[in-house]
Design a protein around this ligand. Structure first.
Ligand code: IMP
Length: 180
């Protein structure tokens, strides 16, 4: 179903659905009888977020935040800027930040520090994908869907230059796409 921009499917939509259901179950158990505020990091986590929140039972509120560290290429700029802040205060709340991927760790380190300063009751990080070999700063997710190798992936919310987010599977981008 994909063109030559895709090298291969890395995580199929079926495997994603199975893992998201497990993660939802785990979060539901960990927060039994407690309210959760799920924070979606725009834009990459939007597809994962929509699936994950429906896999959680219990009281869930949602909010959105956007920070950016990437330009129109596959290498991090190392700079993070706030693009859109949360709509509600998080003081005293159980917050779970939902991210698409932890790569260098720069974005989430920044975000975690920023959100902790607002004194939530608890703060956890949930990511669909994790590329531990790419870290520039020490950072660990609390809930991790899949650990992957150092390959640039697109689909299920993840983009290359704002394209391919709508692909249903997590796919490896063909190197020719970004090598020109
Ligand atoms: P970090 O600050 O390097 O951890 O970058 C995190 C952000 O970079 C993610 O939220 C993604 O938006 C983007 N990113 C990192 N690796 C990939 C990838 O393989 N595909 C698409 N986006 C990526």
């Amino acid at each position: 179903m994909y063109g030559k921009e895709i090298k291969k499917i890395l995580v199929s939509k079926e495997a994603i659905a199975k893992r998201v259901a497990e993660m939802g179950e785990q979060i539901s158990n960990d927060y039994a009888n407690q309210k959760i505020t799920l924070v979606c990091t725009l834009r990459g986590a939007c597809v994962f977020f929509a699936d994950l929140m429906r896999a959680i039972h219990g009281d869930v509120e949602i909010d959105f935040i956007a920070v950016s560290s990437y330009g129109a290429d596959t290498k991090t700029s190392g700079e993070v800027k706030m693009v859109k802040d949360l709509s509600e205060p998080i003081k005293g709340k159980n917050v779970i930040v939902v991210e698409d991927i932890i790569d260098t760790g720069v974005t989430l380190s920044y975000l975690k520090k920023l959100l902790l300063a607002r004194e939530p009751k608890s703060l956890k990080i949930c990511t669909l994908l994790d590329k531990p070999s790419r870290r520039k700063v020490t950072f660990e997710g609390d809930y991790v869907g899949f650990e992957i190798e150092n390959e640039y992936v697109v689909g299920y919310g993840l983009d290359f230059d704002q394209q391919m987010r709508h692909y249903p599977d997590v796919c490896v981008l063909s190197p020719e796409v970004y090598e020109g």
